[in-house]
Design a protein around this ligand. Structure first.
Ligand SMILES: [Zn+2]
Length: 70
């Protein structure tokens, strides 16, 4: 029983985002990809499409990691 609970906690920790949703990634000045993603995110937010906002944030984070080493 205890073991099962620990496993569930582990799974939650693994799924739990290491990113802070309340602090979306910022576009890097002069980067075309960042600009596009920021525009997409702004358009999604304007349309109240929060799943698309989340998608744009995820894309921007992975782009930051891959192309900006952040
Ligand atoms: Zn960029």
């Amino acid at each position: 029983m205890r073991e099962a609970r620990e496993r569930r906690t582990d799974a939650h920790a693994a799924v739990g985002p290491s990113y802070d949703v309340s602090r979306p990634p910022l576009p890097v000045a002069g980067c075309e990809t960042c600009r596009e993603l920021a525009e997409r995110r702004a358009a999604a937010r304007a349309a109240f499409d929060y799943s698309a906002v989340g998608d744009a944030n995820v894309l921007m984070r992975s782009h930051h990691r891959l192309d900006h080493g952040a």
